[in-house]
Write a protein that binds this ligand. Structure first.
Ligand code: Q46
Ligand code: ZN
Length: 283
């Protein structure tokens, strides 16, 4: 982790960090590692209202913070914004991860700016990043490739973002949790099943089995050799953004996508998670 922080110039011990935690192994391992290494780091958790999964994940996060006397910032979508992820999915007729990801990103950025944090950090590991990279390469999605960096500088009203675990595999973060006695929610979000990244992870794991180190070479050499060639290829780097007239967040429209989502989803009657799982659910 320290090598990634150094190599990619993520932050220093003087910076105040806000880590997004889900109750899973990666984010709790990251919070623990950063605190153990002496960084000033608080946690940030969003109650997404995804049935039992959200109830349990919140319990793991609160217990982790309380046991270690760490500060946790929480937001509950239903209580504070009048909707949850299953309802947002139904109201927008989009896949749940789309409304969920947008809500999390918006609230994480907002919490960082409101709380005066210098950098927001997430627990994406090498397996996650290599799988996303494979997906982006398979589609030659230049916009996504150009933004798939372990650190993004603050710009246009967005806080600086960093992924300190990009050199570690998920087996390593799981091992850290075992060694450190961290209780985490093993079960993944029920909606994640069928997610194409899981398939890309399997593909990379089978290549790794035949050719060890391929996964890290694929991702880390992309960052060193290819990403510099793509810098400046994102729309965000060229276009200026306005402030949302409702919440002040940066947006290309008058009202930002999050505020529009809140309007739609909070007006819809609550939808239980089972109704949006369909064939995608694991349980
Ligand atoms: S985006 Fe999608 Fe995750 Fe939200 S709905 Fe579940 S799988 S939690 S990282
Ligand atoms: Zn807004």
């Amino acid at each position: 982790m320290e090598k990634a922080i150094d190599d990619y110039d993520m932050f220093s011990p003087d910076d105040r960090l806000l880590v997004a935690v889900s109750g899973g192994k990666d984010s709790l391992a990251l919070w623990d590692m950063l605190a153990e290494a002496g960084y000033q780091v608080d946690g940030f958790y969003v109650g997404l209202g995804i049935g039992d999964y959200s109830d349990e994940s919140g319990e793991y996060v609160r217990a982790f913070a309380a046991e270690r006397d760490l500060h946790l910032v929480t937001v509950d979508l239903r209580e504070e914004y009048g909707y949850d992820v299953p309802t947002a999915a139904r109201a927008t007729k989009r896949v749940p991860c789309s409304a969920c990801g947008m809500s999390k990103r918006h609230l994480f950025d907002k919490a960082a700016l409101d709380g005066g944090y210098d950098v927001v950090v997430t627990g994406h590991n090498l397996d996650d990043e290599a799988a996303v990279l494979l997906g982006n390469v398979l589609h030659w999605d230049i916009e996504y490739l150009a933004r798939q960096l372990p650190v993004l500088e603050a710009r246009n009203g967005f806080p600086k973002k960093a992924k300190p675990l990009v050199r570690l595999t998920e087996r390593e973060t799981a091992a850290w949790c075992v060694i450190r006695g961290i209780d985490y929610l093993v079960e993944e979000c029920p909606i994640a099943a069928g997610n194409r990244h899981l398939h890309h992870k399997d593909v990379l794991n089978s290549i790794e089995k035949e050719s060890p180190s391929t996964k890290s070479a694929f991702y880390l050499n992309f960052i060193d050799n290819m990403a510099p060639l793509l810098s400046g290829q994102t729309a965000g780097a060229t276009g200026a953004l306005n402030d949302c007239v409702r919440c002040g967040a940066p947006t290309t429209n008058e009202v930002c996508a999050f505020c529009r989502l809140v309007d739609k989803a909070s007006a819809h009657e609550p939808v239980p998670v089972e109704l949006v799982l369909g064939k995608r659910g694991r349980r």
